[in-house]
Design a protein around this ligand. Structure first.
Ligand SMILES: [Zn+2]
Length: 445
C-alpha cells in the first residue's frame, strides 16, 4: 500500500543533520545557477531488507525527481526560481537496492556511507563527477536510528531512515536544505517589538527548516545565504519607506530588506500566497541574523499568538507591525501590508519613524552577501544569537549531536539519542518533532 503523505509524515521519526562545517555567509557575491546531480541509492542490510521493495523502487523517482510539486526537484526549482536544480545522476534515476555486509543494528550511518560509496566506486561511479550528492535510503525497522533523515550541513550526503515506502518532501526537502547549509530555524519572542528584550523559544514555522513543511518554502535569510535573492534584496543604509513584493512566486522587485543591527542583521520579508507556497502565511515577517550567519537566522515574533504550521491561527496573526532596537538605534514600522505588497518604514541612526518621509520607489536592489552551497568548507561557526535548541559548538564532526524522536500525538513521544542540549519543538504537519541539536560542527537536527 502506498502511504498517504500524512501517513508518510506520521511514520517519519525525525530529521537530523550531520554538520561538517559552516561557511561564513559573508564570503561571496551572487551565486550562479546551480545544477546538482543527485544519486538516490536504496540500501539494505545483511539482516534487514525493505518490506515492499517494489513500492520503494516505484516511489523513489517520484520523491526526488517527479513532476508533481512535492518532489525534491520541483520544490527546489520553484523556491529558488530555477537557481538551484537537482537532476538524476544515473539513467533510471536511482540505484539499488544494494545489500551491504553490515547489520542494521545501532544505526551505523557512518558505515552505511562508507560502504555505499565503496560499492558505487566498484561500479565506476565517481563522486563529484558522476554524482554530486548521495542520498542513501534504507529500511528503518532494525536500525533504531533516532531520526528519519540525516544530512551533512553543508555537504553532499543525506541518509533517509525509511519507514513505509516513501519518505516524502518534508523529510527529503528538509535534509537537502541542511545540505545547502541551512540550520534549523528558531524563533525569538520579542513581545511588543522591543528587540532588546527577546527570548529564544520554539521554531519559526516559516520554513521547511523551522517546522513549516515544504509549503512554507524557505525564508529570506536562508535564500540570501543560498544566493537566490542577490538581485532582489535591498540593503537599507538610510531611513526611508521601502516596498516589498512577496518573497515567493514570480515577478520582479525587492523581496527582502537587509538592515544592520549592530553586528547582527535584521532581515524583513513579505509573505503572501504564491505558487505552491504560503497559503497560510501572510504579512511582513522579520528575522535576526546572528553576526552575518544568514543560514542561522531566527524569526522575530512580537506576538503571543504562537502560530504554528498546524494550528488554525490566522495567516497574518504573527506578522510584524513595529520593531524597535534602541541599542542599535533602529526602528521599523509596517505602513501597509496586503494584496501582494507591503510598505515598510525604516528609521536608522536614531531617526524617528514619524520623521521618515513619504513613500518613495523602492531603491534598486543591491547584491547581498551570500554563499554558494559548496560542500566541504570547514570554517568555524560564528558566535552570536543562537536559535532555539542550540547548545554551542559540538566538539567535532563525527559524534552524534542531533537527535530527535517524533510523536504523532498518540504514540511515540520523548527524546531518543544521547546528545546533551536544549530542546526545540518542531511541528511538521501533524507530527511533533522533538529534537535537540548542537550548533556548528557535529550533527544537528
Ligand atoms: Zn533538520
Amino acid at each position: 500500500m502506498k502511504l498517504s503523505a500524512l501517513g508518510r509524515i506520521a511514520l517519519a521519526t525525525s530529521v537530523t543533520v550531520l554538520t561538517v562545517g559552516v561557511l561564513p555567509d559573508s564570503a561571496q557575491a551572487a551565486a550562479p545557477s546551480v545544477k546538482r546531480k543527485i544519486l538516490p541509492v536504496l540500501v539494505e542490510f545483511s539482516d534487514a531488507s525493505f518490506q515492499f521493495p517494489d513500492k520503494v523502487k516505484a516511489s523513489t523517482p517520484d520523491t526526488y525527481f517527479g513532476s508533481k510539486k512535492d518532489s525534491a526537484a520541483s520544490f527546489l526549482s520553484e523556491v529558488s526560481r530555477g537557481r538551484y536544480t537537482v537532476v538524476p545522476a544515473v539513467t533510471g534515476q536511482f540505484l539499488g537496492p544494494i545489500t551491504l555486509d553490515l547489520s542494521a543494528a545501532g544505526c551505523p550511518h557512518g558505515q552505511i556511507n562508507t560502504m555505499t560509496r565503496a560499492e558505487l566506486a566498484k561500479r565506476g561511479l565517481v563522486a563529484g563527477e558522476d554524482y554530486d550528492s548521495l542520498s542513501m535510503v534504507f529500511p528503518a525497522q532494525k536500525t533504531n536510528c533516532p531520526w528519519a533523515g540525516l544530512a551533512t550541513q553543508p555537504g553532499p550526503t543525506t541518509w533517509i531512515n525509511l519507514y513505509g515506502t516513501a519518505s516524502g518532501i518534508d523529510v527529503v526537502g528538509h535534509e537537502l536544505g541542511h545540505n545547502l547549509g541551512f540550520r534549523h530555524q528558531g524563533r525569538f519572542l520579542c513581545t511588543g517589538g522591543d528587540l532588546t528584550a527577546c527570548r529564544s523559544e520554539g521554531s519559526s514555522y516559516k520554513s521547511i527548516m523551522g517546522g513549516g513543511g515544504y509549503r512554507s518554502g524557505f525564508t529570506a535569510p536562508e535564500m540570501i545565504h543560498a544566493g537566490w535573492l542577490s538581485d532582489s534584496t535591498t540593503k537599507v543604509t538610510k531611513s526611508g519607506t521601502y516596498t516589498l513584493r512577496p518573497l515567493h512566486g514570480t515577478g520582479s522587485g525587492t523581496r527582502a530588506l537587509d538592515i544592520a543591527l549592530g553586528k547582527d542583521r535584521l532581515v524583513l520579508e513579505y509573505r503572501h500566497a504564491a505558487g505552491s507556497f504560503d497559503a497560510t502565511i501572510e504579512g511582513v515577517h522579520a528575522y535576526r541574523v546572528p553576526a552575518g550567519t544568514y543560514s542561522g537566522a531566527s524569526l522575530i515574533d512580537t506576538t503571543t499568538a504562537n502560530k504554528t504550521a498546524a494550528n488554525d491561527a490566522p495567516a497574518n496573526v504573527d506578522a510584524v507591525k513595529k520593531l524597535t532596537d534602541r541599542a542599535n538605534r533602529v526602528s521599523v514600522a509596517v505602513v501597509s501590508s496586503g494584496n501582494g505588497t507591503a510598505k515598510i518604514k525604516v528609521a536608522l541612526n536614531g531617526d524617528s519613524l514619524a520623521a521618515v518621509g513619504a513613500p518613495k520607489a523602492s531603491p534598486s536592489a543591491t547584491p547581498t552577501a551570500s554563499v554558494s552551497p559548496t560542500p566541504g568548507a570547514s570554517a568555524s561557526p560564528t558566535a552570536g544569537q543562537v536559535a532555539a535548541g542550540d547548545t554551542g559548538p559540538a566538539p567535532d564532526g563525527s559524534a552524534t549531536a542531533d537527535l530527535a524522536a517524533t510523536t504523532t500525538g498518540t504514540s511515540r513521544t520523548g527524546l531518543l539519542g544521547a546528545a546533551a542540549g536544549a530542546v526545540a519543538l518542531v511541528l511538521a504537519g501533524l507530527v511533533t518533532l522533538f529534537l535537540t541539536r548542537r550548533r556548528g560542527r557535529g550533527k544537528h537536527a
